[in-house]
Design a binder for this molecule. Sequence first.
Ligand SMILES: [Zn+2]
Length: 183
Amino acid sequence: MPTIVTHALAGATLVGLACRKPLSEPGVLPWLALCGAAAMLPDLDVVTFKLGIPYASPWGHRGFSHSLAAAALLAALLAWLARPIWRRAGLSAAMATVLLFLSVASHAALDMICDASFGPALFMPWSDHRYLSDWKPIEGAPLGLKRWFGPKGWRVVDTEFLYVWLPCAALWLGRGWWLRRAA
Ligand SMILES: [Zn+2]
């Protein structure tokens, strides 16, 4: 998996592109922060390792928690819980739910291009199939802290920077330029 900070950045960027308001406007930053946090949620399933559920199980890491159905459930729950946040950002309930869904689903999309043993089970509970792209440029982040201090950790930082942070930075710059032009 990419690191959760990278997932948050990708989710917030995706939603940021759909938002035409400057970041300085009231309500925009908390809304983007919520979407970033939402994009991290599927990886709470690492607790399944502690519970003894195997990685390969549909209920293990990257199983149901990374499915589109789980993304829809989480989006609906978050949209309900965080009503003041999206209302302050001037969104409708439907739009907030759709954007939250896209944030959470961006997590699985990113995991699919990550070099790992098992991809997300996108269509759980209807299918256990794990989806991994043939193009997997992002190094899988190690779970243990020790392995971060070595070549593996460096490859994670390097590939996430190259394939997520740089494109996201370019998109934010493009967004800023477009908003200034539109104003
Ligand atoms: Zn994940």
